[in-house]
Design a protein around this ligand. Structure first.
Ligand SMILES: Nc1ncnc2c1ncn2[C@@H]1O[C@H](COP(=O)(O)OP(=O)(O)OP(=O)(O)O)[C@@H](O)[C@H]1O
Ligand SMILES: [Mg+2]
Length: 339
């Protein structure tokens, strides 16, 4: 930590995600919440819920009584909707509250956001944070992951989130726009594919997006199946068992070609002398990195071009927020944008 830091300064790292938002603070607190914000629709809802605004799972549970927002859908603050901007501000306020930092410290926040949101909505995100923090920095999510892992040179980070897969090549400096790439085929896309495949194959059963996401989080895999995937779903209100192994594989693998293509493309655009070194250092982060069989599938799929080595990180939930916290703590004062 640089010597110019004030003692009463508290540092906070935030990973603002489409599906989950995570906070990690210099007081040791780490928390996460599903990225939902909801306001009671009317005075009845307000009386029933007894709150001005609800977050995460609690908001989802009461969604019928709420105006609900998932503000970072598709990696971008949905343009123009005031409700989403307000939701981001509430969400950040809530995360800072969860970090439980007390009232007498000044706070310095680094926020990692999907790379696309960084391009399009940096100002909106800054505005959303400005009411909470003294100093702030907004960076792309894969960069904060890389920073936290100390993977700063000749490394590629792939962050498989809900709304986007973000790619970033690190070469010892703050990454530039050309070092980063985002594609929209991520976790949400896999869920949609799985729902479509299952509804086509078993029209008699009632599958929902929420259900299939849970199936994926429990049983998702790519490559040859290690076991059969069996799940229960209602048919005329009665739970029935289905073997969904093939559909699960197809849905999860549907996101892979775009990932492979982007990896090859980004490396090909990199300084030839260092390409080999990046190929051996590809790190996969984000919730989607937990798909079973992912490392070997991608190693195999890239073989026809060049041999690459993929490694999934151990703690995908907190890696982004922990990295952002390190950034907030290390960043020279002049780098932070004062508010
Ligand atoms: N065990 C698991 N296996 C496969 N996928 C998982 C697992 N756990 C979570 N996911 C998926 O990971 C995605 C969420 O990952 P993450 O929390 O990194 O996304 P996010 O940061 O909210 O999204 P984004 O980075 O796009 O804004 C969701 O699609 C979720 O279903
Ligand atoms: Mg993310």
């Amino acid at each position: 930590m640089s010597s110019s830091k004030k003692n009463n300064m508290l540092y906070i790292g935030i990973d603002l995600g489409t599906s989950r938002s995570v906070v990690s603070a210099s007081n040791g607190n780490r928390k996460w919440v599903e990225s939902y914000v909801g306001w009671p629709k009317d005075f009845v809802a307000k009386k029933m819920l007894g709150k001005r605004v609800l977050f995460g799972n609690e908001a989802l549970e009461h969604r019928l009584a709420l105006n609900l927002s998932r503000p970072l859908q598709n990696g971008v603050l949905k343009e123009g909707t005031e409700q989403d901007e307000a939701a981001v501000e509430e969400l950040i306020g809530h995360l800072i509250e969860l970090a439980d930092i007390g009232t007498d410290s000044e706070i310095c926040v680094a926020v990692g956001v999907p790379a696309e949101a960084l391009k399009v909505n940096k100002i909106a995100i800054k505005n959303a944070i400005s009411s909470h923090a003294k100093k702030l920095m907004v960076v792309s999510e894969p960069f904060s992951v890389a920073y936290g892992l100390g993977a700063l040179d000749n490394t590629m980070i792939i962050d498989i989130g809900a709304g986007t897969v973000d790619f970033c090549i690190m070469h010892g400096t703050v990454p530039l726009e050309e070092d980063q790439r985002s594609i929209l085929m991520a976790g949400d896309y896999i869920d949609e594919q799985l729902l479509r495949l299952l509804s086509e194959k078993h029209p008699e059963a009632d599958f929902s997006l929420n259900m299939v996401r849970k199936f994926k989080e429990k049983h998702g895999f790519v490559g040859d199946p290690k076991r059969r995937v069996k799940v229960d779903a209602p048919v005329d209100g009665k739970f029935t068992e289905f073997d969904i192994t093939e559909e699960m594989r197809r849905a999860c693998e549907s996101a892979m070609p775009a990932i492979v293509e982007t990896v090859i493309d980004l490396i090909a655009g990199f300084d030839p002398e260092f390409q080999e070194s990046v190929r051996k250092n590809i790190i996969i982060a984000g919730g989607g990195s937990q798909l079973s069989g992912l490392e070997s599938y991608l190693t195999e799929a890239t073989k026809q071009f060049e041999s690459c080595t993929f490694t999934c990180i151990g703690d995908p939930l907190y890696a982004g927020a922990d990295g952002a916290l390190e950034l907030a703590t290390d960043m020279p004062e002049e780098f932070l944008e004062k508010l």
